[in-house]
Design a protein around this ligand. Structure first.
Ligand code: ADP
Ligand code: GLC
Length: 473
């Protein structure tokens, strides 16, 4: 079965969040079980710089704004998944990140950029129109950046099925109504039964409306987004789509995240041989100027510093953690207010709190390995990957019972789960965790229980496969 997997980020080439981890791993897992899955990515500078042996395969026209693009083909680094790269220099080869300029402002032409990307995906999946010999039987879209693709397919009368995966309903690709002309959609599509969303154009809504099937990244989130509290205004449409929406849990790329082979760690360890974990901790304490202490409970935090992640709850109880003898190691970037608050926390508690404001893949692995506990009090979390990395690194997660966190952490067995997103509820969970940590036997049992859970991609890949088969047949 031939699948085109269209995504705006994929590690190791380009990453802003978990979408890149998923796009870097799921296509390879699908190929492993026998599917011909290929990736489509925009030709950002980092993508072009990160590949070898790229070959031009065809030109693409018929794109919005009269843009013409070239399609390159190359193997993905690391796993060799066939990758198509949409090269349109005036849209994708510029400074800054995939969505924002260096100053952190959205690129002003994002509507055109991702309309072109979506249209290219639709053309490659179309009967008759595609200049590419390889013809996918299904188009798998991810998040708002590819949300217009199912609309283009459907409105052109194409019958190739499409699947839309929502990694985070909070990012909706909203643009003023005037951009309907920019993206070259017909005026009649601008309605409730189409791409219109509270008077604006929403790329995500387009995908949710026109795709044949919808998935999100955990079963609980698939239920939550049908309700007003987490539906972000899309709950009506999502509830109406009924069984068309299912949750499939993300997995872990075990080549990247495995404590017994992780190239970023000073010492390796496993459920059977845990000693190396303490060494990782001592080394991290040294590197981050934390007081050395093998038994000191070390709390790790790695996150985009965004509202979603509930970091204000951590700030509210940080003093309590420190009073109880804990240490905190945080790695993150994002909202300036949160960056400043964590910098301040670090500055006022030298030796006890290390706040690294920045993006650092190696350090993220070292914090996962070194920490005893991992804090993830997200207000909502479609799936979440860091709690999975924590579980497999013997780092006991403390999580809010939402989305994928609820589906992957078992209270009292592999971690600690609290039910209200309040500082008090988080604090009660932290207290329970500290009590457990003080009992070495019990703690090792919890660490091992988490490390033994299977979050490999194979199981999820099989679920996607069976969805694909239902659509292609
Ligand atoms: P989200 O996609 O909402 O950001 P996930 O938990 O799904 O949340 O995935 C986040 C991914 O980004 C993880 O791989 C995490 O380790 C990584 N990450 C987040 N912030 C940083 C950072 N500052 N440095 C390195 N990696 C980070
Ligand atoms: C999103 C979500 C996160 C999920 C990731 C990958 O960024 O916020 O929960 O794990 O996508 O699906």
């Amino acid at each position: 079965m031939r699948i085109l997997f269209a995504t705006s980020e994929a590690r190791p080439l380009i990453k802003t969040g978990g979408l890149a981890d998923v796009s870097g791993a799921l296509p390879a897992a699908l190929r492993k079980i026998g599917l011909d899955c290929r990736l489509l990515l925009p030709g950002y500078p980092a993508v072009l710089a990160g590949i070898d042996n790229a070959e031009p395969v065809c030109n693409l026209s018929g794109l919005p704004g009269g843009i013409t693009a070239t399609l390159l083909q190359a193997p993905m680094p690391d796993n060799g998944v066939p990758l198509y790269i949409l090269v349109a220099p005036e849209l994708f080869q510029r400074e800054g990140g995939p969505y924002q300029d260096v100053a952190g402002h959205d690129h002003p032409d994002n509507a055109l950029r991702f309309a072109v990307f979506s249209k290219a995906a639709a053309i490659l999946a179309s009967d008759g129109d595609s200049p590419l010999a390889w013809r996918p039987q299904l188009l798998h879209c991810n998040d708002w950046q590819t949300g217009l693709a199912p609309a283009y397919l459907r409105l052109a009368g194409q019958t190739t099925p499409s699947l839309m995966t929502v990694h985070n309903l909070a990012y909706q690709g909203i643009f003023p109504p005037a951009d309907l002309a920019t993206v070259e959609l017909p005026p009649e599509s601008f309605s409730m039964e189409g791409v219109e969303y509270y008077g604006n154009l929403s790329f995500l809504k387009a995908g949710l409306y026109y795709a044949d099937r919808l998935t999100t990244v955990s079963p609980t989130y698939a239920e939550e987004i049908r309700q007003p509290a987490l539906g972000m205004g899309m709950q009506g449409l999502l509830a109406a789509r009924g069984d068309d929406l299912v949750g499939i849990l993300n997995g872990i790329d075990s080549g990247e995240w495995n404590p017994s082979s992780d190239r970023h760690l000073p010492c390796k360890f496993s459920a059977r041989a845990l000693a190396g974990k303490k060494q990782c901790k001592l080394k991290l304490q040294q590197d981050l100027n934390l007081e050395p202490g093998k038994e000191t409970p070390l709390f790790g935090i790695i996150a985009r510093l965004a509202q979603q992640k509930g970091l204000d709850l951590i700030l509210a109880i940080a003093d309590g953690i420190l009073h109880r003898g804990g240490q905190i190691a945080l790695l993150g970037t994002g909202e300036k207010m949160l960056e400043a608050a964590f910098r301040e926390l670090g500055a006022s508690h030298p030796g006890r709190v290390a706040a690294v404001i920045g993006y650092d893949e190696g350090l993220s692995h070292r914090i996962e390995a070194a920490s005893d506990l991992f804090l993830m009090p997200s207000r909502f979390e479609p799936c979440g990957l860091n709690q999975l990395y924590s579980l497999s690194y013997g780092t006991v997660p403390i999580v809010h019972a939402t989305g994928g966190l609820r589906d992957t952490v078992e209270d009292g067995v592999t971690g600690f789960v609290f039910h209200e997103p309040t500082p008090h509820a988080l604090w009660l969970a932290v207290e329970r965790a500290l009590r457990a940590h003080a009992d070495p036997k019990m703690w090792q049992r919890m660490m091992r229980a988490g490390m033994k859970r299977d979050f490999s991609w194979e199981k999820s890949a099989r679920e996607y496969e069976s969805l694909y088969r239902g659509l292609v047949a």
